[in-house]
Design a protein around this ligand. Sequence first.
Ligand code: GKR
Ligand code: MG
Length: 441
Amino acid sequence: MWTGGTITIVTSASTPPPAHSHRITAVRVTPVAFDDLPLLNSVGVHEPFALRSIVEVVTEGGVYGLGESYGDLPHLQRLERAAGRLVGCNVFDTNAIMRAVVTSLATDDGVGGHGMSGMVTGSATADRVFSPFEVAALDLQGKLLGVPVSDLLGGAVRDRVNYSAYLFYKWAGHPGHEDDEWGAALDPEGLVRQATKMIEEYKFSAIKLKGGVFAPEQEVEAVKALRAAFPDHPLRLDPNAAWTVETSIKVAEALDGIVEYLEDPAPGIDGMAAVARSAGMPLATNMAVVSFDHLPESFAKDAVQVILSDHHFWGGLRRSQLLAGICQTWGLRLSMHSNSHLGISLAAMTHLAAATPNLDYACDTHWPWKRADEDVIVDGVLSFVDGAVPVPTGPGLGIELDRDRLARLHEQYIECGLRNRDDTGYMRKFQPDFDNSIPRW
Ligand SMILES: O=C([O-])[C@@H](O)[C@@H](O)[C@H](O)[C@@H](O)C(=O)[O-]
Ligand SMILES: [Mg+2]
């Protein structure tokens, strides 16, 4: 695990660099922790810190590229094992980087570290481990060539990427601490208050509610209250598979004409297919279809109509574009999933969405839940304007690492003691009989 050190850094190149400078000479993986709020979901509640891994890939010429991924310990250890095998690879040869990652996983049991907190996931380990290295390689390629990552992905088809207001039921503050600036949201009024604050600040033009927390009838009422308060905002509800097929069908009836899509109402491809047969709206997923080998069965059963891509588990930016192409061929639409994340991920998500024509729903982001002064990048490049992030135009991802901030969040990782995301364990400290079974209603 890297805990410090000095390197010489060149951030842009005015003349083409010699070919030898494409060789990777160092790869660093630094775990970090940043403050998180008590956001509720079907498996529990967010702990006081969210964990991420920050990846730096450095070439012979001293240029560096950045990637970001989950921070759970098994995943971190996989990243570290893979990192050791990347030295010597050509940073333009992402196929070789993938081969090195696959080799590093040869004896891996594939258990744990998927960053999805006890929720069902069958995403591919190699894709999850490859992702931050691919993003870092693309950042580096862009810096070496003097072009933004969106150009490497085929060129930006939009100069700003829309994001949605991602609402959560939440406690007023972490137990034993003062209330946070968002306060409680445990009923429709609280959620409308939260949405109003978030939309005033960010001007989002779509709303997603994380459900699976209260009985479905209460969550339907909450969505209707949001509809009344925000008549023109497309709405989504995502209970993370907390409902049976029967319950999902009832909710779909109640919300017909109100939500633009219903996200993961019931578990599994068969469950989603059964709901889809009678639901009036498209079904979306980031749980039932999370890797390429799930696609044929899902298409055959018409289980989902929208896939929430996420480069962190679909194998990076180019493999997310491969998914986009497959979805286009099969008539599915694309949206984008998120987990708690920092600025490197936001930059990568923005370049990807900018260069992927059919990724045209407003993307999810946890960004508003992060403290503005907690990140690992230099401020100023990423901002929200009218609910969208203008696509960075500088070389690579267009962002720079702030080493002091990285060191601070790494220190926080060491001090906080958390090594795996455990929403259920944290919830049970306060509600020992908390039931996290899926489906629950
Ligand atoms: O942050 C959360 O609690 C979310 O529930 C997250 O873990 C999910 O992966 C995600 O946002 C989703 O859309 O399912
Ligand atoms: Mg979801």
